[in-house]
Design a protein around this ligand. Structure first.
Ligand SMILES: Cc1cc2nc3c(=O)[nH]c(=O)nc-3n(C[C@H](O)[C@H](O)[C@H](O)COP(=O)(O)OP(=O)(O)OC[C@H]3O[C@@H](n4cnc5c(N)ncnc54)[C@H](O)[C@@H]3O)c2cc1C
Length: 473
């Protein structure tokens, strides 16, 4: 008899969701969390602190445009100490709530770092220095991710801020160079620009947000340029070095030309990688390739009773997917333990479905993408139709003074079923959810068009591409 049915390594979003699901299925569960503070990345150093800071920056940005609306705000300013104090208060509140959930008694919660001793046992180095061994029928790796170190000559010596530093430094430099063009990079670029810093973004790929459609990335880059944010794509970093006046210099090449940018601070946003350190996966019989785990659609690793979920598993490092994967892993672990797979593994296990995949980027303009992107449909040679509609021709966005960007709807050529959508524009993070509902119920463009939309709202913008697609079907 093992000590537990399901031992979860990591008490972040994926780990908590999995433990909670497993406990509700009647499994004997333990969660091991080694971090200095309980809460996980999203609460402590990810979504919540970054979006709290952005909320302040967005208000400053909106106030700086108040004159356009006939509103006189007097002299504009901000207190970065107050901005950070508000963030600290909220993060503390969210972290305490998560700690209470983990300590609720529905499962055993241990504070320490865990590593495998053999495929069915982990050893936990407890906070008090003692060690405790836990055996289990099944395990979940939910140990998250860490900043990926990309070798850029001179960067370490010159100094830089990674996302942890950006979120903890109560200082807004006058100028910033952001290395990278992914979600974190463009959110930080917007944050500093909205608080008045001169911002430059240096991206290696040929567009910002390389996984998104080119028209979406172009709309963001254009909006950034209009705000005075310099965006360089298709670049290679050469080196980083100190410059006069305490500045930092970044040298890079772009289409054969060598370029130089100087700024007070460098923000390093070149991505994250799975956190596997100290897990001793080899003792569990799990191999890794270039620091990554192979994880199947059942969330199993190569060792059937060891599951993985969240950032450590990939392929999408976002919270709701970490939760979806964690819950699925817990249900599959229960099936394995209850012998549901006897005779016909692995088809008795549930497989993850990313049909409703959803991404949001909290830049300005915001971006929301649901379902397939157009480039994915093209790569799959799917027969589809696309229709777009710009915010600069839409009543509500015009009266809001938020006319950048567009919406794009993608539907099956044969059936009219909505396959995906993108929004670049005001409240994209909210607008995209209407399409997730449509995708969930496999609605057609015609059905979306027929749903009443109040006037004037941002949401009614969806009816225009829906009408265009319905008209041609
Ligand atoms: C700046 C930033 C902003 C972000 N913004 C968003 C956003 O707006 N929306 C969104 O969806 N996502 C966002 N993300 C991504 C999101 O935070 C992550 O995808 C998510 O938090 C991952 O959850 P997880 O459970 O996989 O990992 P984590 O929450 O990191 O949990 C892993 C836990 O495992 C613990 N651990 C690690 N190793 C061990 C071990 N050996 N033993 C015991 N414990 C261990 C760690 O201490 C940690 O608490 C953001 C990320 C960053 C960096």
């Amino acid at each position: 008899m093992k000590d537990f049915d399901f031992v979860v390594l990591g008490g972040g979003s994926a780990g908590y969701a999995a433990a909670s699901t497993a406990a509700s299925l009647g499994l004997r569960v333990a969660v091991v969390e080694g971090g200095e503070q309980v809460g996980g990345l999203c609460i402590l150093r990810g979504c919540m602190p970054s979006k709290t800071l952005l909320e302040s920056a967005n208000r400053h940005f909106a106030a700086s445009r108040a004159g356009e609306f006939g509103v006189l705000v007097g002299s504009l300013g901000f207190s970065v100490e107050e901005i950070h104090a508000r963030k600290e208060r909220l993060v503390e509140e969210f972290a305490q709530y998560r700690a209470k959930q983990l300590e609720s008694g529905r499962f055993e919660f241990l504070r320490g770092w865990a590593g495998f001793v053999d495929p069915h046992t982990v050893e936990v180095r407890m906070e008090d220095g003692s060690a405790r061994r836990l055996s289990a029928e099944t395990f979940l790796l939910a140990t998250g991710s860490r900043v990926k170190q990309v070798a850029v000559p001179g960067l370490a010596e010159t100094g830089y801020w990674d996302s942890d530093a950006v979120l903890s430094q109560a200082r807004v430099p006058q100028s910033v160079v952001v290395l990278g063009g992914g979600a974190t990079a463009v959110e930080f670029a917007h944050y500093y620009a909205a608080l008045g810093a001169q911002v430059t973004v240096i991206q290696r790929s040929e567009q910002l947000l390389k996984e998104m459609d080119a028209d979406v990335a172009r709309a963001l880059a254009e909006a950034f340029r209009k705000r005075g944010i310099h965006v360089y794509c298709s670049t290679e970093l050469v080196r980083v070095e100190p410059a006069e006046g305490g500045l930092k210099r970044v040298l890079f090449t772009q289409k054969g030309a060598t370029r130089t940018v100087e700024a007070e601070e460098i923000v390093y946003a070149l991505g994250r990688e799975p956190q596997l350190e100290g897990l001793h996966l080899e003792k569990a019989g799990i191999e890794t390739t270039r620091g990554c785990l192979a994880v199947g659609p059942t969330q199993q690793t190569a060792v059937a009773h060891i599951f993985a979920a969240g950032d450590v598993a990939g392929p999408h490092e976002i919270v709701h997917i970490a939760i979806q994967q964690g819950e699925l892993a817990a249900r599959n672990a229960a099936r394995l333990i209850q012998g549901a797979c006897a005779g016909e593994p692995p088809r008795c296990l549930e497989e993850i479905d990313y049909r409703l995949r959803l991404f949001v980027i909290f830049s300005h303009p915001e971006i929301g993408v649901a379902g397939f992107t157009e480039s994915e449909l093209q790569a799959a040679e799917a027969s589809y139709r696309a229709a777009t509609y710009p915010f600069d021709d839409h009543g509500k966005s015009m009266l809001m003074g938020e006319t950048e960007g567009f919406v794009k709807l993608l539907a099956s050529e044969e059936t009219g079923e909505i396959l995906g959508a993108s929004v670049v524009g005001p409240h994209a993070s909210e607008l995209i959810h209407e399409i997730v509902v449509a995708l969930r119920f496999r609605a057609t463009a015609r059905q979306l068009m027929e749903i009443p939309h109040y006037h004037p709202t941002l949401s009614e913008i969806w009816t225009y591409p829906a009408e265009e697609l319905a008209g041609g079907m």
